[in-house]
Design a protein around this ligand. Structure first.
Ligand code: FEO
Length: 155
C-alpha cells in the first residue's frame, strides 16, 4: 500500500492550490467566428489573458506582471490590426463602428495599465480583468461574429 507522509501531503495540497489558479475565461467552440486566422489569434489571446490572470493572482513581482500586461497589449494591438485589415479588404459595412470598439478597448486597457504602473494595487475584481473578460465574452461573441458572418457573406 502506498504511504504518503503527512508533511508531504500538506505540501502537495498547498502547492496544488497555488498552481491551479481558476482561469479567467475558457476557450470553447462557441467563441469560433469562422475565419481561421482570427480564430487562431482569439484562442492564443484567451491563453495570454489566463496567464496574465495567474500572474495577477499569485505573482508579487510587479516587473513580471508589467511584462505580462505589455505582452497582452501588444498582442491585442496586432490582432486588431489584422482584423481591421480583413474588414477593409472585404469592405465591411460596419468597419467604423467595429474599429471604434477596438480603439475604446485599447484606451481602457492602457488606462488600467497606467494606473497599475503608477502603483495601484490589484484585486481579484480588478478593472484590467473586467476589461479583458468583456472583450472575450461580448466583443468576440457579438461584434466579431457579426463581422465574420457578413464578410463571409460578401461584406
Ligand atoms: Fe477579434 Fe474585433 O476583435
Amino acid at each position: 500500500m502506498l504511504r504518503i507522509r503527512p508533511e508531504k501531503l500538506l505540501l502537495a495540497i498547498v502547492f496544488g492550490a497555488f498552481t491551479m489558479t481558476k482561469r479567467l475565461c475558457e476557450w470553447d467552440d462557441s467563441l469560433l467566428i469562422g475565419i481561421e486566422e482570427l480564430d487562431y489569434e482569439h484562442k492564443v489571446l484567451v491563453e495570454d489573458i489566463n496567464k496574465l490572470h495567474a500572474e495577477l493572482t499569485h505573482n508579487t513581482d510587479r516587473s513580471v506582471i508589467v511584462k505580462c500586461l505589455g505582452d497582452v497589449h501588444l498582442r491585442m494591438q496586432a490582432h486588431f490590426a489584422l482584423e481591421e485589415h480583413v474588414m477593409k479588404e472585404n469592405k465591411y459595412a460596419f468597419f467604423d463602428e467595429h474599429k471604434r470598439e477596438h480603439d475604446e478597448f485599447l484606451e481602457d486597457y492602457m488606462d488600467c495599465m497606467m494606473k497599475f504602473l503608477n502603483g495601484a494595487e490589484v484585486s481579484s475584481k480588478n478593472p484590467i480583468e473586467e476589461c479583458l473578460k468583456e472583450w472575450v465574452m461580448n466583443h468576440i461573441t457579438a461584434s466579431d461574429k457579426k463581422m465574420s458572418l457578413m464578410v463571409r457573406d460578401g461584406g
